[in-house]
Design a protein around this ligand. Structure first.
Ligand SMILES: [Zn+2]
Ligand SMILES: [Zn+2]
Length: 168
């Protein structure tokens, strides 16, 4: 312990008189009795995040979320491009089949979701399904025939469900 730390401690104890609650890790001036139940660091009510397993500090919450959000920015670009091009092509071809599109659309969407998942190394991301479905709908704007819309409705819901599933 250096002299300056000793002095500071002495001043603090002298000033407060008794040992008080520790300060928040982010706001050293704020005393708090709340602690993160994962890393046990003192946190003030502003810094505490209520989770199903109790109060946690922002750092721990973020760390937890990162397990479920592993995509990097270019994964979104890859997913967008694949979805736009493949779905656009598939839609343009499938409408020629007429009502048969109802049976083919889920399969096509399943294949597109699998190609996206492989292309991005099976990383996960909260917004991945929105981006992919958004681009699928965008491609569909160039194909607004009756069967084109039927294809789009079926394929987009299938793609959304596939990309949201936990097995990503
Ligand atoms: Zn923590
Ligand atoms: Zn704080």
């Amino acid at each position: 312990m250096t002299d300056s730390v000793k002095n500071n401690l002495a001043v603090e104890i002298d000033h407060v008189g008794t040992v008080t609650a520790p300060g928040c890790i982010n706001h050293p001036g704020r005393e708090t009795t709340l602690r993160c139940n994962r890393c046990d660091m003192p946190i003030c009510p502003d810094c505490a995040r209520k989770t199903p397993v109790g109060y946690r500090c922002v750092g721990c919450v973020r760390q937890q979320q990162s397990i479920f959000d592993t995509v990097v920015w270019h994964d979104y670009v890859v997913a967008a491009v694949i979805s736009f091009i493949l779905s656009g092509l598939a839609g343009a071809l499938l409408v020629r089949l007429g009502w048969f599109v109802i049976f083919i659309a889920p399969t096509v969407a399943g294949i597109i979701s699998e190609i996206i998942r492989r292309a991005i190394g099976r990383r996960r991301g909260k917004y991945l399904s929105y981006v992919a479905v958004g681009c699928m709908l965008l491609a569909g704007l160039f194909n607004l025939t009756m069967w084109g819309i039927v294809y789009l409705a079926i394929a987009s819901t299938t793609l959304y469900a596939r990309l949201r599933s936990v097995s990503i």
